[in-house]
Unconditional design. Structure first.
Length: 91
């Protein structure tokens, strides 16, 4: 079964390669979508893929990759669209 999750990560998650590490993990898991730094200091992402892989990438975001300090991760579900061909870092 496929899943789509909209995720917002709050904390010290910018300027610590959070997006790059998340992209690497998403590529490894076969998760598609995007991630970007927001102007309010949070990181926002859309993850689409197999439900188990999407759960793993969200768990990865919560584990505080090196240099990051995650305060909270907000997750909302959406309907899988299949619109993404890859996982990209947006600017």
């Amino acid at each position: 079964m496929n899943a789509r999750k909209h995720v917002t990560v709050d904390g010290r998650v910018q300027n610590v390669f959070f997006r790059n590490r998340t992209k690497h993990e998403a590529d490894t898991l076969g998760v598609k979508g995007w991630i970007l730094n927001r102007s309010d200091g949070q990181v926002e992402a859309i993850f689409e893929g197999e439900e188990a892989a999407v759960r793993k990438i969200i768990a990865f975001c919560k584990t505080e990759p090196p240099g990051a300090k995650v305060k909270s991760v907000a997750v909302t579900s959406g309907e899988h669209t299949g619109e993404f061909r890859e996982f990209e870092i947006r600017y």
